[in-house]
Design a binder for this molecule. Structure first.
Ligand code: MRU
Length: 359
């Protein structure tokens, strides 16, 4: 995806060859600020404080976090501590633990002095894998967009897509999950327009608007609570969201507010698609209710940009994700194709994982 006309990735090794360069997403859209992470503790903090965010990008950052850990101390004990530190940073996105486990598995059998180089190699592969998965999701998802566009009465009018939170380039290494089909369609000349849910309380919709703007995709920002009403007025052709974890049974954990969008879509007969790369699928959990939902600070609800809005003494709850039951999901878009949100649907695309057991 381009920023200021230049293709960019969200994470990469810095010019020194060992520190990890990320975009500080807490400063967007006001400012594009790059930050260098030089230790596993810095990576864990960047994930916890959401400088890097979005399930696939968290997984990629976690991979580099393990590489930084191996560079500083490749002993088994230090690596176990690093893995625990990263895993505790944010509990819901399964990609985080996936990224950690991928790097640990790649280096476990090596002698300690060989571990750092192998860890960096595996972390770089995770990034490439994510880019490839997002590209493939873009291709599979575009098929759905094209079919929806062909089915419209007015074929010349732009296809109306609604998305929630940010599941674009910024949430991945490149292209995005939910936005990959949108970018692909836009590049191929499919007329489309994106309704962007603002997404309280962290306002990731502003990130979506920012990246769509840089790529020249027509879009309009709306408060999340407007989504159902847009659907009722016939202004939405389809919904695509991302996922932080999709269970083996097809339940979707995603940014808080996704569930109400899915309920509204069902009520109004609007297809509700979830872009779910394989690394976001949790084969060890059958139901969404079996997953820990991250509770973030109440301050994110009571305050806006550091200013308290809630009356003194008013408390707040801040669950960061919700569960959309599989029955509300029209289909999952994975890098291996489109499938029903069910164990059978996923199992047909990922047969190697169907027998994974809950630990
Ligand atoms: O809390 P965040 O901003 O890290 O959450 C990201 C999301 O929930 C997104 O909606 C996204 O779909 C999942 S990552 C592609």
């Amino acid at each position: 995806v381009k920023v200021n006309g230049e293709p960019r990735r969200t994470i990469q090794l810095a010019a020194d060859g060992w520190t990890v360069e990320i975009i500080d997403q807490t400063r967007l859209p006001a400012e594009l600020a790059l930050v260098r992470l030089a230790s596993v503790a810095e990576v864990a903090r960047a994930i916890r404080d959401m400088l890097v965010r979005g399930a696939p990008l968290i997984g990629a950052a976690a991979g580099y976090g393990m590489a930084l850990a191996a560079r500083s101390d490749p002993s088994d004990e230090a690596l176990a501590a690093a893995a625990a530190l990263l895993a505790a940073a944010r509990p819901t996105a399964v990609n985080l633990v996936w990224g950690v486990d991928q790097v640990r598995a790649a280096i476990a059998a090596l002698a300690p002095p060989a571990r750092a180089a192998a860890a960096y190699r595996r972390a770089a592969e995770i990034c490439e894998q994510d880019v490839a998965a997002c590209r493939a999701i873009g291709a599979h998802g575009l098929g759905l967009l094209t079919r929806a566009a062909d089915a419209r009465r007015d074929r010349a009018a732009p296809l109306q897509v609604l998305t929630h939170c940010n599941a674009g380039w910024l949430a991945t290494v490149d292209w995005g999950t939910a936005l990959a089909p949108v970018y692909r369609g836009h590049h191929q000349g499919l007329p489309l327009h994106v309704w962007v849910d603002e997404t309280r309380p962290r306002q990731q919709g502003l990130l979506t608007a920012w990246e769509l703007g840089h790529e020249g995709v027509p879009h309009t920002l709306v408060a999340d609570v407007a989504a159902a009403s847009l659907m009722r007025r016939g202004l939405v052709d389809l919904v695509i969201v991302g996922t932080d974890r999709t269970t083996a049974g097809g339940d979707v954990l995603n940014k808080i507010g996704t569930y109400p969008v899915a309920l509204a879509a069902r009520e109004h007969g609007v297809p509700f698609y979830v872009a779910a790369p394989g690394a976001s699928i949790d084969w060890t959990r059958e139901r969404g209710d079996d997953v820990i939902i991250e509770e973030r600070s109440p301050d994110e609800v009571t305050h806006l940009r550091g200013v308290r809005l809630a009356p003194p003494g008013t408390g707040a709850r801040n669950p960061a994700f919700d569960v959309t039951p599989a029955r509300l999901v029209t289909a999952l878009i994975t890098e291996r194709g489109v499938c029903p949100a069910s164990r059978d649907g996923l199992g047909a695309l990922y047969p190697e994982n169907v027998n994974v057991k809950r630990p």
